[in-house]
Design a protein around this ligand. Sequence first.
Ligand code: GLC
Length: 412
Amino acid sequence: MGRPLSFPRIVPDTEPGGLRSAAERVLRSNWRSGRRADGTPYGFTCPAPRKYVHQWYWDSCFHAIAWRSFDPERAREELRTLVRAMSPDGLVPHTIFWGGRARWRRAPLYATAAPFGSAATAHTQTPVLALAWELVGGNDPAFVAEGIEPLARHYDWLDRERDPDGDGLIAILFPDESGLDDSPKYDQVYGWLAHWSPGYMLLVERHRRRGYSARAIVERFDHHLEDVLFNVFYALSLHALHRMSGLERFGERAERVEAALMERCWHDGRGLFFDVAERCERRVTLSTWSALTPLALPGLPEDVRRRLVEEHLLDPRRYSAPVGIPSVSMDEPSFRAGFDGFRCWRGPSWVNTAWLLVPPLRELGYAAAAERTVASLGAAVGREGFREYYNPLTGRGLGARDFGWSTLLVDL
Ligand code: GLC
């Protein structure tokens, strides 16, 4: 797996054609393909050539969504590669090491079955797969049909293995299973075991000893939560799988997740959706973009969705920032606009946030806010290139360069 050198790239202009070709260049230069030692073929986009060299579950889904406007075959291959990494019982790994192994220094931080030598992690990530499969499948019935069996296996696994209290909401066992690794909303739940703390290695070891079984872990410890963002993508994916397969159980499950989000996570006083954590099932009442994600569920009551927009997204003290949508409300004491000592998701704006929230803003009639968000990110990308995230106050590009899912901007 050759790794081409990559240099900071400045996109020449913000004119849509310029952004499109720059996005395509990033996707093409991040593409990795080959065969694993056991002969399994792979083809995926690494999130960032110098920082993230493996395949990540939700990144790959976002890459496939972006690829479809440039090279639909690559979009399909990216998703097929994820399916090839699926375990026989239906777990799609969070990280897959195809061409290499986890670098030894980072190895203890990966939630793998064995401390060294595993081909992938034994934990998962926000399950965007069916949603991406449907978007990529578009009018390709053969590709859609090919996905039904493995996708059903994956979503049945989530339902069977990751809903230990049977309320319809999936529980995550690690903060990074949502993809929002260091979000301040996890600080209270994970404490010294947080993703950014050295204690995280102990969390991995402890879960490893229990075979990553949600039942065994939830019974004994308090470090788990029913995460709003994870469950929103789960519901969106269940709806997609229902549409693709016609299998009623997925449509029913999606409605159950939506009802549970309303019943268990909606906080009428604050007008936000909060995660439910620990065995005592307490709500984690912190305002992060995760609390706004149910906006993307058209099945939720319209007045609830409008409250998310009017009381939060449009409020200049909260989420209406000069650039993009901040990952933490600007009025939270934990909000940090810029680089924060290697911790991410503590304030900066990411492109996948806008990708999820801009379409419902348009749908509900907030076109000016939607276009302002897209234009501000377009200008930041034009100036700084496709970075991992951006300072929401200044637009400064931060984190990795040539970051794959930032190319989702072309989809908006
Ligand atoms: C960071 C992000 C996570 C992403 C990974 C690879 O860890 O927090 O969401 O999947 O990088 O890009």
